[in-house]
Design a protein around this ligand. Sequence first.
Ligand SMILES: [Zn+2]
Length: 275
Amino acid sequence: MRKAALSFDVEQDMPPYLDTWHGVEVGLPKILDLLALKRVKATFFFTAVAARKYPGLLKRVIDEGHEVGVHGYNHERLDKMAPGEACRAILKATTIVSRFVKPLGFRAPNLQLPRILASCLARAEYLYDSSYAAYKPPFLREPRVLDVKVGLVEVPVAVTSSILRLPLVLQKPIHSILWVPRVYFSHPWEYVELKTPWTRIDCRLNTGRKALALLEKLIQFLEKSGFTLVRIIDIVDTYRRNRENVPYQPHVEQSPRSSRIGNKLIHVPGGAAGI
Ligand SMILES: [Zn+2]
């Protein structure tokens, strides 16, 4: 089966430039509506701040069968921090998201994860990381074990998110040369119009409704090309099953945990036992 995964980094609008949340408030529900319509499951990496601020949306993501991972505490650059400090930020973010669901995957803000933090991710019980970009050194492509000692699997992203906002006719040649399995990523703020005149051109091109229409076309194109769209954890599961150097245990399906944030009860206890 040819697999591809769509993933979305759930964060404030265009960090570090803005501190608004239009993308999460307006863009994320539209993405979820589209995925429901197309019956596609995806992976959403939440910052801990986004999880705490929008528990209802996080619950919707889980309830609709998508995967939830972690995208740092407040989109801090882990590569600009001392390893100990960066690890503490990862653990803190993980603790917060774990109140809702057990996260199995991590993506570093700005796709910058110092390799030394692999052991920290393993300590936080992640099964995989998806912070490397195939278009940046060391140009990783297919899934591989990032750190043999801890067995953490790396699933790199294939192309930068602005590629997904090019007209499909320009995208097709790019998709046709990518490997299998592959991971795409984008952000909810790309699916709204942000009124910031100074924004970089690649952050403005075909955003809002156009981005959503292009996402729908991409899904159709991939499915017509024989791809099955899956969550990243599904790619990791297959990889782990087939590799002797990674201890294989099937992951337990994510299901919401009951949690109280402030006065809000987030969810009734479900089948979260053991995760
Ligand atoms: Zn991000």
